[in-house]
Design a protein around this ligand. Structure first.
Ligand code: FEO
Length: 397
């Protein structure tokens, strides 16, 4: 039974899931995961944070029953509503409809859509600590880590922060405490993987969240997944901050990234012209020609350059009515948090239909880039084409 008293009257009662291999369709979880829930027994009743994914509700209720009961719960704190955490709330309300759910305003809105029933509720307000049963519950904004509803709870009397998905990772630990987990290497690899695949797009929200958290007097962080962090807490916060810094979008207007593909050299001619003009104008240019063999090798460097540059230029010929598929693979790794604020444009040659430039421009727009109308030209550039390309270059400034 995965129940552990973490501090006096404060328990971990979640579900450790060794069997999970994929989370949220696309994220591999080779080390399994846990859906963590925390319970505090107070003189006035029981307080619970989070529940577990719906299929595990029966085991979860056994864990709850081992230290308290659904009838004793006065408040259920919901720090984030993704159903891996909110999936068993309905069963708790079946057992005790008098539970007051405490959550951020966006989380309460989500819960109306998840639960589809009336429920007692209270808003988590970071400016207004809430006291109950001899404890203080101070709410710390974790908004956009990685949903817009996330709110941490800090309990100064316990020196504990309950942080939902932040600071954790998909790692099934029967030890339940990081200090007792024998596979430290596996744990940190899982946390890195989790960060890269789930948290990284929100790096610019994570750094200020670390600023807020590091000011707290803490000796324990209780995340939504993985073991409780009960060692080197301040160091863990700094590690998290440094991870986020690696993913911070930078908008360097002097840096332009050009990525192009060219079967017969026509689009290459355009790309080289744009590169040379940019260099003449004193810009730093990261310049990549991609094809089916070198793309995988170059991808991470390209993505890093896109993240740090102020403009992205994509050059693709049209193949069967669309851009070369490698560009869509590349753009699938870019989120709106990277695209917003950066300029972008597409260019390329074409034979008979020429949709590549429009289709890439549409995708760049969806990713919040400031898209400059693109340039396309049939096959080789003649004098008129060269003049049009020169005019196009002027629009990029
Ligand atoms: Fe662990 Fe975002 O749910």
């Amino acid at each position: 039974m995965n129940v552990l008293e973490l501090k006096k009257n404060f328990y971990s009662i979640g579900y450790v899931d060794h069997a999970l291999k994929v989370f949220d369709v696309a994220v591999l979880t080779e080390e399994g995961t846990s859906y963590n829930s925390y319970l505090l027994k107070t003189s006035e009743g029981t307080v619970v944070w989070e529940t577990v994914k719906a299929p595990f509700v029966d085991t979860y209720l056994e864990h709850l029953q081992a230290v308290s009961s659904a009838q004793d719960i006065k408040y259920l704190f919901v720090t984030h509503t993704e159903p891996d955490h909110s999936g068993s709330i309905a069963r708790l309300l079946d057992l005790n409809p008098n539970i007051t759910i405490v959550a951020s305003t966006p989380a309460l809105t989500n819960l109306t859509h998840i639960l589809r029933r009336p429920f007692k509720q209270m808003v988590m307000n970071p400016a207004k600590p809430f006291s109950f049963g001899g404890y203080t519950f101070q709410f710390v904004s974790g908004l956009m880590l990685h949903w817009p509803d996330v709110m941490f709870t800090y309990i100064p009397e316990l020196k504990v922060l309950i942080s939902c998905d932040a600071f954790g990772g998909h790692f099934a630990s029967d030890a339940m405490l990081l200090s007792k987990e024998p596979d430290q290497k596996g744990y940190y690899e899982a946390v890195d993987y989790y960060f890269d695949h789930i948290m990284a797009p929100f790096a610019n929200f994570i750094v200020p969240a670390c600023d807020r958290v590091e000011k707290l007097d803490l000796d324990m962080i209780c995340p939504g997944h993985g073991p409780v962090i009960d060692q080197d807490v301040q160091k863990q916060i700094q590690i998290y901050r440094e991870r986020a810094k690696k993913f911070l979008p930078v908008n360097d207007s002097n840096h332009v990234t050009i990525v192009y593909a060219s079967a017969y050299g026509y689009t290459r001619t355009m790309a080289e012209y744009l590169r040379d003009r940019l260099l003449q104008d004193g810009k730093k240019v990261s310049f990549y020609e991609i094809d089916a063999i070198n793309y995988e090798k170059e991808r991470n460097a390209i993505l890093d350059d896109i993240r740090t540059s102020g403009m992205l230029l994509l050059g693709s010929p049209t193949l069967v009515g669309d851009a070369i598929s490698l560009f869509y693979e590349l753009l699938s790794h870019i989120t709106w948090t990277i695209g917003q604020g950066k300029k972008a444009s597409a260019f390329g040659d074409y034979g008979w239909s020429g949709e590549a430039v429009k289709n890439l421009s549409d995708r760049l727009t969806q990713l919040h880039f400031k898209v400059i109308p693109g340039f396309r030209y049939p096959f080789a550039l003649d004098e008129e084409g060269k003049n049009e390309l020169a005019a196009y270059y002027e629009t990029l400034k």
